[in-house]
Design a protein around this ligand. Structure first.
Ligand code: DGL
Length: 274
């Protein structure tokens, strides 16, 4: 049996990455962990997010995962380098804000970046800006409250629209023609973003590129004929709440298992909710 790939996020945002992975690797066995006991990661310190990311990774490796996808920009900013050093045998795929394609695609030279504070503070963001954004004006916004709205499944609520309008209006006045989604929760509100910005503004979701990177690293090792790949979902928050969101966010129904933090160690409880 093929070893699963582990995917984690602070919450349901990483499901946007899982969705993209499932589009090109439908037979891939996956274990998804949402650390909803600690969502949102974005306003926390990089040290704290790094400690949670290490705890989740240890859990995924204890479940025999062959690779870990850090499907969270905040955790990638805080922990990717650390995780690669700490677990040198494990391949990691992380998120980085898609400033490079945005800089290549903008005609106006003005680009909007939506991400959480941890992502903007991390060295990874500074490095992509330094390498790829020369001559481009970047408008940044942390969209306070947006992750919480998406965690509630409020993808189209008036409050969600208000948060996005507040972030995007100044950028539109500035003349942006590309928006980078630097948080894996945000692809779930692309329809709203596109409504606010209009069709002339391009919205970049990095999930498909991350999925292709996972495919490259697996190097053809996935059996394409497995009709029912093992997908396991866990949360350190409320399993029944997460299970209720899966049909809307992933288009699928799955049981969700309970995880508990004991200090910085994550382990499985015994209740499952569909
Ligand atoms: N989905 C995450 C990201 O990509 C984290 C959001 C949060 O927990 O603040 O940054």
């Amino acid at each position: 049996m093929m070893q699963p790939v582990g995917i984690f996020d602070s919450g349901v945002g990483g499901l946007s990455v899982l969705r993209a992975i499932r589009q090109i690797l439908p037979s891939l066995p996956v274990i998804y962990v949402a650390d909803q006991a600690h969502v949102p990661y974005g306003p926390r310190s990089l040290e704290e997010v790094r400690a949670f990311s290490e705890g989740v990774t240890r859990f995924l490796l204890s479940q025999n995962c062959q690779m870990v996808v850090v499907a969270c920009n905040a955790a990638s900013a805080a922990a990717l380098t650390h995780l690669r050093r700490r677990f040198p045998q494990t391949p990691f795929v992380g998120m980085e804000p898609a400033v490079k394609p945005a800089a290549e695609q903008t005609l106006s030279g003005q680009v909007g970046v939506l991400a959480t504070p941890a992502t903007f503070q991390g060295a990874l963001y500074a490095s992509v800006v330094e390498r790829f954004a020369r001559g481009v004006v970047l408008y940044q916004d942390t969209c306070p409250g947006l992750v919480g709205q998406i965690e509630q499944g409020a993808l189209d609520a008036p409050e969600t629209r208000a948060i996005l309008e507040k972030a995007l209006q100044p950028m539109l006045i500035g003349g942006i023609d590309v928006v980078v989604l630097g948080c894996t929760h945000y692809p779930f509100v692309i329809p709203l973003i596109q409504q606010i910005c209009g069709p002339q503004v391009r919205v970049i979701d990095p999930a498909p590129a991350v999925a292709r990177q996972v495919q490259r690293l697996l190097n053809g090792a996935v059996r394409q004929d497995d009709p029912s790949p093992q997908l396991r979902f866990y949360t350190s928050g409320a399993p029944e709440k997460m299970a209720a969101l899966l049909p809307n966010l992933l288009g699928e129904t799955h049981p969700v298992g309970q995880l508990h933090w004991d200090g910085l160690t994550l382990s499985e409880g015994d209740t499952k909710h569909s």
